[in-house]
Design a protein around this ligand. Structure first.
Ligand SMILES: [Zn+2]
Length: 172
């Protein structure tokens, strides 16, 4: 069986389209954020009104605060750490540990759906970025050298967090 020119052309176009769709899908899967719907969405101007310039740089521009510079790496009080942008509870002080890095570190998120994990290839490193699942704020990165039980180390920027002290615990 021989294919005429028109049939060949159709097959070729179909193949090219399939390939294009496939590679497009792969790129989207890699970014991880593409299929996620953030429920809190604001413009840069709106974020600038409610955040300090430092908080804006970290959460909306993926900057990293200097080690040992933040408000929470040495905080040992009991309470909840929330997203500084949208106030979604992210981490419980019960899962905070001393990592020796100078950044607040946790071995577990308060709820698995609170955090979005995305592959980050910036600065020639292979890291996993963590974001707030509600507003997309950049929070820090997660590494696999944490303590038990999870073996994970969620390395946070203090500037991305808002600490709410547990009043009941501190009054006891
Ligand atoms: Zn948020």
């Amino acid at each position: 069986m021989y294919l005429n020119n028109k049939e060949m052309k159709t097959i070729l176009i179909t193949l090219i389209t399939c390939f294009a769709m496939l590679s497009n899908c792969t790129a989207q899967e890699e970014s991880g954020v593409t299929h996620h719907k953030f429920t809190v969405v604001k413009t840069d101007a709106e974020w600038m009104k409610i955040l300090t310039p430092e908080q804006f740089k970290v959460t909306r521009r993926k900057s990293t605060e200097l080690a040992c510079s933040g408000a929470y790496w040495k905080n040992h009080e009991k309470g909840i750490y929330k997203c500084v942008c949208c106030k979604l509870p992210l981490f419980d002080s019960q899962t905070k540990f001393e990592s020796g890095t100078g950044w607040p570190s946790f071995y577990q998120a308060i709820h698995k759906d609170a955090i979005l994990e995305v592959a980050d290839h910036s600065f020639g490193m292979e890291r996993i970025e963590i974001m707030c699942s509600r507003c997309g704020a950049h929070l820090g990165h997660v590494f696999d050298d944490g303590p038990r039980p999870t073996g994970l180390r969620y390395c946070l920027n203090s500037l991305a967090l808002d600490f709410e002290k547990d009043e009941k615990v501190s009054k006891k």
